[in-house]
Design a protein around this ligand. Sequence first.
Ligand SMILES: Nc1ncnc2c1ncn2[C@@H]1O[C@H](COP(=O)(O)OP(=O)(O)OP(=O)(O)O)[C@@H](O)[C@H]1O
Ligand SMILES: [Mg+2]
Length: 302
Amino acid sequence: MTDGAGRDARERIASRLVGRERELELVLAAVGSGRDLVLEGPPGTSKTTMLQAVTAEWGIPLLFVEGNADLTPAKLVGHHNPARVLREDYSAENFVAGPLAEAMRRGGFLYIEELNRAPEDTLNTLLTAMADRRIEVPRVGAIEALPTFRVVASMNPYDNVGTTRLSTSVSDRLNRIVVGYQDAAAEEAIVALRTGLIGATADRVIPDAVAVTRATRQHPAVRQGSSVRGAIDTALVAHELLVLRAQDSASEGYAETVYDAMTVALSGRIHLDEAAETTPELVLREIWEDRFVLEPARAEPG
Ligand SMILES: Nc1ncnc2c1ncn2[C@@H]1O[C@H](COP(=O)(O)OP(=O)(O)OP(=O)(O)O)[C@@H](O)[C@H]1O
Ligand SMILES: [Mg+2]
């Protein structure tokens, strides 16, 4: 790839993403130089969105697989169709390619979410594919990877339930890019982009939805707050409720309507500390009071 083409691609990809210039540049540098990588960050921090933008730009498939204890090597690589094996015996034709075989054959990215949850024998299969760019499948033969084949893993740093760290033999073979939450202005732009809401009401609903969602990440009783997904839904539900109640952002009941939207969009998305003696609804009420009662000046329009 020439330098100019690389820059053009980066600009085209950036037009589908809000912000993330630095992370995108790092991802492009890693995959552009033929490397495999792990993206580490909490849920909802653009990991999938960035990979979709890169693979769309390259015109290659993005294959998803969830890393968990059930991800056997056979599920990752593929298996022989049992009914056809009974009828016709084993053959390359009745091999059903799994996501790894398909990504290799089609030159796509294999995106493994929560790689650290995959069993060890599955990881070993993956390491072989990464190192050799080919795998041997019994009764099928060698599957060679096209040059654009990459393994991209994701990991959530906050989720300690049932997860283990990557073994050094795996982590030593991967590059690592860390993503965090974007700032409020970027999150407002994401909510505007994803909801399509515009106008005077949206101008108030979107900043409110983003502010209360971000506050869930700071609250002392919360182990993990909501991503921008919660802000997108808070804005959409609030907007719909305002329509149902014939209100707008200047109505007396506006703030209470936002609270109702928060309970719908955020109460299931916040995970409390085990020791916390409170409920998601109480936490949301505190956050709402901070935004709309204690500091109403900040929430006033204009
Ligand atoms: N920078 C961004 N630009 C545009 N949209 C974004 C951006 N970041 C996140 N989004 C939107 O937020 C939502 C979540 O983003 P995404 O799916 O990329 O997160 P993720 O990091 O893959 O999360 P998970 O770890 O849960 O899979 C999507 O609807 C996506 O469109
Ligand atoms: Mg994702």
